[in-house]
Design a protein around this ligand. Structure first.
Ligand code: NAD
Length: 254
């Protein structure tokens, strides 16, 4: 990718009074978390039906066996990468108002981002399907499946949304607010195929935002709403943007 594109994006970001980021599975690939779709996607190996809410209710043990492997074995050792870190730094230095993420891996928060709207929930929490109490999966333990609420013995479910469940209300409202008010929307590592999340950048575009997309591939956004495509891996591209944004130095460490 040409340096002019990075400089152009950095110039826009410096002049923007309100920038929001919208992230998908791609931003966590460099942390070792595979995406669902694509060549090395998890859905080539697993049946997505394990995340169907009716199937989970009918057979929680069967669903949990796969869920544990995907979300607690694969995700367990993941640490934030340079892309998560740069977004956290941008927030701290006044270049970014919020991150809207489809991801459920908690890596934005671990990198230091404070305003994170989790459109699909978070795997680092379990929720009781009866009383709604939240638990830490590490404390509960996942050796015996399904994990159960210590209080009323009901099945615990990961606190992210399954197919057939609604988007968490507050995250949906805050994402809409960001889309309606942002001057620039950074769209990072998302295919644009997942409904209704993919409508958030589309709404931002309709409301007048400039869309900067960071992705090594073209997506459903690229030829429809993207104004500037920074083609490359999120960690590389955001690192180069950080150098431009933070006074042209490479002093972009935490
Ligand atoms: P997705 O829409 O999240 O797309 C993945 C995108 O990442 C693709 O466009 C791909 O080109 C891009 N990508 C791959 N490597 C990249 C990199 N290094 N830098 C930037 N972009 C890169 O699709 P999905 O994987 O099918 O996910 C479906 C849903 O499940 C989404 O909501 C997603 O957030 C969620 N999910 C979350 C996680 C996680 O929490 N880490 C992992 C898998 C899926």
């Amino acid at each position: 990718m040409r340096e002019e594109k990075i400089r152009l994006a950095a110039g826009w970001l410096k002049n923007s009074k309100h920038t929001a980021a919208f992230t998908g599975a791609g931003i966590s690939v460099e942390s070792g978390v595979p995406p669902f779709r694509g060549e090395n996607g998890l859905w080539n190996k697993y049946d997505p039906m394990v995340l169907e809410i009716d199937r989970f209710r009918a057979d929680p043990t069967g669903s949990w066996k796969i869920i544990r492997e995907i979300f607690y074995d694969y995700f367990r050792d993941a640490r934030p990468n340079r892309a998560h870190e740069v977004l956290a730094l941008m927030e701290q230095r006044g270049f970014l108002s919020a991150v809207i993420t489809q991801n459920i891996d908690n890596l934005h928060q671990e990198a230091g981002s404070r305003k994170v709207y989790e459109y699909h929930g978070n795997a680092r929490e379990l929720i009781c399907t009866r009383c709604g109490q939240i638990y830490d999966p590490v404390k509960i333990g996942l050796d015996h499946l399904p994990p159960r609420c210590p209080r009323d013995k009901e099945v615990l479910k990961p606190n992210f949304i399954f197919f057939g469940e609604p988007i968490p209300e507050e995250a949906a409202a805050m994402a809409s607010h960001e889309a309606a008010t942002a001057e620039i929307f950074l769209v990072i590592g998302s295919t644009g195929e997942v409904m209704p999340a993919c409508m958030v950048p589309r709404m931002a575009k309709q409301r007048g935002a400039t869309i900067i997309e960071i992705n090594p591939e073209e997506t459903l956004f690229t030829h429809h709403i993207t104004d500037l495509h920074l083609k490359g891996k999120a960690g590389d591209v955001l690192n180069r943007l950080a150098v431009e944004l933070f006074n042209g130095t490479d002093d972009a460490s935490m």
